[in-house]
Design a protein around this ligand. Structure first.
Ligand SMILES: [Zn+2]
Length: 412
């Protein structure tokens, strides 16, 4: 069982004056860690259990170093085995829950069912030493993929990958927020891939680019900057705290200009004082794999976490040109022509904020069938089953979509 930690739902990104979200320019992005935009880390722990014993890791490394020479000799022979796995050779395979890993399992399935991601994963350089292999997240993901697809089991255990993640301080015995853990995993994968061409491919596959405009309402001076994001964190309530009715409404709300007044005023260097600003976001680029986060978790009275479970339908096909106005995008026609998406996966959360569970609905890109991955149990489902994650105001314990992953219809 796994819960979503505290996360403040904010209707949109706020201004620089009020603890600006950590933004990065496109230039700086290439060499650094990508961040969720408009998010606070605010992880909260429930019923924390001890991590995997550190001595286990040390022992493993010592043994690994002895094996180095042997591993080096066999490296070349291992590559064809690791790289020769076809997607879904054995159908969809589950992952055993080995702690509170339903969140991790759901995200791993979303990564490994994405053939665009596994194409990159298969091309990574295999670390030369056993000790490095144990620490390398992309390599351990690749081994897990191989294990899932080469065996005959209905489910496999992600133990080695879990051990590898624990080396990188990812605690699997605590409640995780799927959006935060997705970011952590993605950053670890990106940081540990050595081949810069693959790093670029990985960034291109997932990175959203928006342009943020801030205009002083006194002197009309304007600031613009491009920012990269891994997920689009869309509000599910409008600025008056009314429930938004569809995903398209949420996207509209995200890109709707916002007046920054009162506490949200920004410092204008021309006026030399805090002034009201108009903040707006323009969409610059959308990636092949687009992750949208529905901000269903919010603070009430600053400490209580509240889940917004109301019904929020999302379409199987999404055309951003039909959702956004001309003013809400800053892209060439060729870029916009590719903004046609099909739903690929839904990471759904059920239960309350302090006792919940994650599972993933994923459409196999090779078979075009929907599956529900619920830890070790995998079953084929219908679109109506996927729609059960729309949510319902009266069913707070019911399943609600939390991450929506869309795939470009026509890869560029
Ligand atoms: Zn000004």
């Amino acid at each position: 069982m796994c819960a979503v930690p505290a996360r403040r739902v904010r209707p949109r990104l706020r201004g620089v004056a009020e603890g600006r979200p950590r933004l990065q320019t496109r230039e700086s992005f290439c060499h650094s860690t990508i961040l969720l935009m408009g998010q606070r880390s605010g992880r909260q722990e429930w019923r924390k259990k001890p991590e995997m014993s550190p001595s286990e890791n040390v022992k493993a490394e010592e043994e690994g170093d002895k094996e180095e020479n042997k591993e080096l000799k066999t490296k070349d022979q291992r590559l064809p085995v690791v790289f020769g796995v076809a997607d879904l050779k054995n159908g969809a395979v589950g992952l055993y829950n080995i702690g509170q890993t339903c969140c991790l399992n759901s995200l791993l399935q979303v990564f490994l069912m994405n053939i665009h991601f596994t194409r990159i994963l298969r091309r990574i350089t295999v670390p030369p030493y056993a000790s490095l292999k144990r620490k390398n997240v992309p390599y351990q993901m690749l081994l897990l993929l191989e294990k899932m697809q080469s065996g005959k089991q209905k489910a496999v255990s992600p133990t080695e990958l879990a051990r590898c993640l624990s080396i990188h301080r990812v605690d699997l015995f605590m409640q995780h927020d799927a959006a935060q853990l997705f970011l952590t995993l993605w950053n670890l994968v990106k940081r540990q891939i050595k081949d810069q061409d693959l790093v670029t491919k990985l960034s291109d596959l997932y990175t959203i680019c928006v342009q943020e405009h801030l205009a002083c309402q006194i002197c009309s001076s304007e600031m613009k900057r491009n920012s990269n994001m891994l997920t689009l964190p869309v509000p599910v309530l409008d600025s008056s705290s009314r429930m938004l009715k569809t995903l398209e409404d949420c996207l509209q709300c995200f890109f709707h200009p916002e007046e920054l007044t009162g506490h949200n005023m920004c410092f204008c260097e021309y006026c030399e004082k805090k002034t009201p600003f108009l903040q707006s976001m323009k969409l610059v680029h959308l990636p092949q794999t687009l992750t949208i986060q529905l901000k269903r978790f919010c603070f009430e009275r600053s400490t209580d976490v509240h889940k917004l479970s109301h019904c929020l339908p999302f379409p199987q096909e999404l055309d951003f040109n039909a959702v956004l106005t001309e003013q809400q995008s800053q892209a060439h026609d060729s870029e916009k022509a590719a903004w046609q998406y099909e739903l690929f996966a839904v990471v759904a959360h059920s239960g309350s904020t302090n006792s919940g569970h994650y599972c993933a609905y994923i459409r196999s890109l090779t078979e075009c069938k929907w599956y529900c991955f619920n830890d070790s149990i995998v079953r084929q489902v219908s679109w109506d089953d996927v729609k059960s994650t729309y949510g319902h105001s009266d069913l707070n314990w019911g399943q609600t979509a939390y991450l929506l992953i869309y795939m470009k219809k026509h890869p560029q």
